[in-house]
Structure formats: C-alpha cells, structure tokens
Design a binder for this molecule. Sequence first.
Ligand code: ADP
Ligand code: 5GP
Length: 197
Amino acid sequence: MRPANEGRLVIISGPSGAGKSTVVRELLRTCPLPLQLSVSATTRRPRPGEQDGLDYHFLTHEEFARRRAAGDFLECKEVFGRGDWYGTLAATVTAGLGGGKWVILEIDVQGALAVLERHPDAITIFVHCGSLEELEKRLRLRGTETEESIGRRLEVARCELRDAEHYRYKIVNDTVSDAAARICEILARYATRPQNV
Ligand code: ADP
Ligand code: 5GP
C-alpha cells in the first residue's frame, strides 16, 4: 500500500514522432492534477531549441556511464541501437512521488517494462498517431532527423506498435488538445480511487 500523500507514476510511450512531447506539454498546461514531467538524461545531441535541464539532461557518454555505474538510473536504455543512451533519474522520481506529484515518464517501451517491474501500479499510456504513414509525415515535418534517423525510428516504431498491448490505455493523437484531454480524464479517474489501486 502506498503512503496516502504519495503521488503516482504515469508512463507515456509511443513511437518517436507520434507527438508525445507535444501532447505532454499540452497536458501539463491544461490538466489540473499536480503533474510533473521527469526530465530524462541522454547522450544524444540537443536539437535546435532544446534546453539542457528542461528537455533533457544532456550528458557526455562518460558522464552517463559514470552515473549508470553509480546506480543513478531507475532504468536506462540504448534506444535506437546506435549508441545513444536515455535514462530516467531515480532521484527525480523519488522526490516527485514523495512530494505528492504525479510524475510523468516519457520513455520507450523497454524502459517502461523495466519501470513496471519496480512500480507495477504505474499508469501506462501508449500514444500513437494512427498509421506509420502519418508517423513518417510527422517525423519529416518536425525537420529534426536525418533520412537515416527517420528510417531507424520507423523501424523501431513497427516493433513498438506491437508492444502497445503492454499498456493499459491507448490514445490516438489525432488533435493535440483532444489527446491531452483524454489523458487528463484517465488520470482524473485515478485521483478518486483508493490509494492501493
Ligand atoms: P514525439 O515526442 O512523440 O517524438 P513530437 O511531440 O516531437 O513527437 O511531435 C512530432 C511532430 O508531430 C512535431 O512536429 C509536432 O509538432 C507534430 N505533431 C504533434 N502532434 C500532432 C498532431 N496531433 N497533429 C499533427 N502534428 C502533430
Ligand atoms: P527523442 O530522441 O525523440 O527525444 O526520444 C527518442 C525516444 O527515447 C522516445 O521514444 C522516448 O520515449 C525515449 N526516451 C526518452 N527518454 C527516455 C528515458 O529516460 N528512458 C528510456 N528508456 N527511453 C527514453
């Protein structure tokens, strides 16, 4: 049984380009629950406009490896099989939950399965955008990836769509405001449930 004032863990996954970050931003802006986005660490390079500490903690490979060895990550994975690592910082999650926050992890499917082993009561939500064609379109429109990176992300997406079955809720991100509103509704239902559900 979790302590009465402890927050909840919310895992949001889905293929790269489905619109997770956009929907989560809208969710944080509009949903009245005490949500907090867990900022992951990564070794990938920042995209134009991304800020260290806000979008990710951008680490060198050496620093990431050091923190991994020190046990700082709740989970960490090499997400696209090309040497870039992503990880959830355990201290961020512990502090958030202890402070009564609903901590949102925007992580890949493998990371989600690892977190579920430690936090089986996490609320799991899979965001997708309907089709691989639409996904490719969004990745291209975002304009942040090379052709090679788009190809790799679409390849991973095929597997991730099969893994959607591990998630309790599936949301199609047709419009950002509707997707965020549906997620907020799902979470609001948990706010009225007994603590151990
Ligand atoms: P992810 O975090 O899943 O990788 P992003 O949030 O970066 O995806 O979104 C990928 C691209 O799709 C961005 O250019 C974003 O503006 C666009 N996008 C997000 N949601 C929608 C939507 N509902 N309809 C059309 N485009 C969208
Ligand atoms: P991007 O490079 O587009 O920001 O993210 C690529 C992928 O990495 C996304 O599927 C995202 O969910 C995943 N990701 C981001 N942070 C983490 C993390 O801390 N752990 C894991 N396992 N995956 C992450």
